[in-house]
Design a protein. Structure first.
Length: 186
């Protein structure tokens, strides 16, 4: 159950270019909350250029509860840090939930799994900073399987060839074509 309302009140709306400031507000708010807890999952502030391409491709979503923005997520169809793992998958990036909407993460992951299954993907994949043990445990408790750690360049949350290197843990949730997903545990 989502703290800010029932799951039935949750609306996923594709973000447009005009929504860039709203997406940044949610991401920066979540990044600040993480930093207050000593977690270096993301940079202190997101640059618009880091999210604009995904918004233009139609891969970034705003999640609303009772007409108020409660979170954001990007659902990509390719991620280079998974190039060594075969199969068609969807990739969750930049999932952030406002504090008042606690519990929304499970709803977002369920929606992402259903969306991926609808697009004939066999898995839902994501990653997080390997040192964020609480988030790693959350994903594992949600049915995701640890698929190894890899080094990525750039600020946390980026995929760059240069800059600081961060070790991220990769997680995969198998999806099943029979209309049921593993996200029932979420």
């Amino acid at each position: 159950m989502v703290t800010g309302g029932s799951d039935d009140n949750v609306i996923f709306r594709r973000a447009g270019v005009d929504d860039t400031p709203e997406v940044l507000i949610v991401l920066d708010e979540a990044a600040a909350w993480l930093r207050e807890r000593g977690i270096s999952q993301w940079p202190a502030r997101f640059e618009p250029s880091w999210i604009e391409d995904a918004i233009r491709r139609g891969e970034t979503w705003l999640i609303e509860i009772n007409n108020e923005t409660a979170g954001t997520v990007t659902l990509d169809w390719v991620d280079p840090i998974w190039a060594d793992v075969g199969g068609q998958a969807a990739y969750v990036h930049r999932m952030a939930v406002r504090r008042w909407a606690g519990g929304l993460g499970a709803v977002i992951l369920g929606w992402a799994a259903d969306t991926a299954l609808h697009r004939s993907r066999h898995a839902l994949r994501l990653d997080c900073v390997a040192s964020n043990l609480r988030l790693c445990a959350y994903y594992e408790a949600s049915g995701f399987v640890h698929r190894g750690d890899v080094a990525v360049g750039g600020a946390p949350g980026q995929r760059e060839q240069q800059g600081p290197v961060t070790t991220v843990s990769r997680y995969e949730l198998p999806l099943h074509a029979a209309g049921k997903t593993q996200h029932s545990m979420l």
